[in-house]
Design a protein around this ligand. Structure first.
Ligand code: LER
Ligand code: MN
Length: 281
């Protein structure tokens, strides 16, 4: 069976989700990944619109702001983060998404605030509690690593596997984001192979976070590795305009060209590569 393709709606900044769903259906996507801001959506309406358009809601991209930090030394912040994880799990169930992303620390926190061992323990407890709650709703977790400029906590897949195994959870696994992996892994393809069956989600972006083909990442070897491990999750694109402040670029306007262009380039390029792999694994 071929890969199933989806696209992170988080990057369609300022756009109605109905328009995002329609664009993805138009360019031949199988699913949408929704931004993890449950209050921003009418879950039943989004689910209906996706069904009408003939695509699935594949996953939820949780957003770990400073107030949503599962490993923060302040217990009140940890509880706030735990409440957020439960809210996203309920949102995932309501829109029919089988998978939600989870991260153990706030994006942008580049150093521990307490002993590393304590923060690790809080992270394990927080992910475990969130995972148990999500399991009750039929939702799987996927633990995301980010590069060193976004977090000090999980930078490489092997670290995510260690944390995941300590939780003892069975509803989910870990994910790779090729933009982050390009910075942190010795080899993106080898990291995928080493993670094997625990890899349940991926974000694809080129080295500069543009659509595959617009940077220097070798997607042929990445897709080959995914085929070799018999990857069953969605191949989800998470693409942003080239800037240190991509959301600032979008706020300033002039981004609609990028919405259509990257959405089309990504699926055309990667499907072309996938066709070239026929016979692998
Ligand atoms: C989210 O999927 C991600 O990759 C992070 O870079 C968000 O800051
Ligand atoms: Mn990502």
């Amino acid at each position: 069976m071929g890969f199933r393709y989806s696209y992170d709606q988080l990057v369609y900044y300022g756009e109605d989700v109905e328009d995002s769903i329609d664009r993805l259906a138009r360019f031949g996507y199988d699913a949408i990944e929704l931004a993890g801001e449950p209050d921003a959506f009418d879950a039943a309406a989004v689910r209906r619109r996706a069904e009408q358009a003939g695509i699935a809601v594949g996953s939820i991209c949780s957003i770990y702001t400073a107030e949503r930090d599962l490993s923060h030394p302040d217990g009140a912040i940890r509880e706030q983060a735990a409440a957020y994880v439960r809210q996203v799990a309920e949102f995932a169930a309501a829109v029919g998404a089988p998978t939600m992303i989870i991260a153990p620390a706030a994006v942008g926190r580049l150093a521990p605030l307490a002993a590393r061992e304590d923060e690790w323990k809080w992270a394990v407890e927080g992910v475990r509690a969130g995972g148990e709650y999500a399991a009750g709703l039929g939702v799987n977790l996927t633990l995301e690593c980010w590069n060193r400029y976004e977090t000090y906590f999980l930078n490489r897949l092997e670290q995510a596997v260690e944390l995941w195994n300590e939780t003892g959870l069975s509803n989910g696994g870990v994910m790779g984001d090729t933009f982050h992996m390009n910075i942190e892994e010795d080899s993106i393809a080898d990291a995928i192979r080493r993670t094997g069956p625990l890899l349940n989600h991926v974000h694809l972006a080129d080295s500069n976070r543009s659509a595959p083909g617009q940077g220097h990442t070798d997607f042929g070897e990445i897709l080959t590795a995914l085929k070799e491990i018999d990857y069953q999750g969605y191949v989800t694109f998470e693409l942003l305009p080239p800037s240190a402040d991509p959301f600032g670029v979008m706020r300033a306007g002039g981004h609609h060209d990028f919405f259509d262009r990257f959405t089309e380039q990504a699926i055309v390029r990667v499907k072309e590569l996938e066709r070239g792999l026929a016979g692998v694994a």
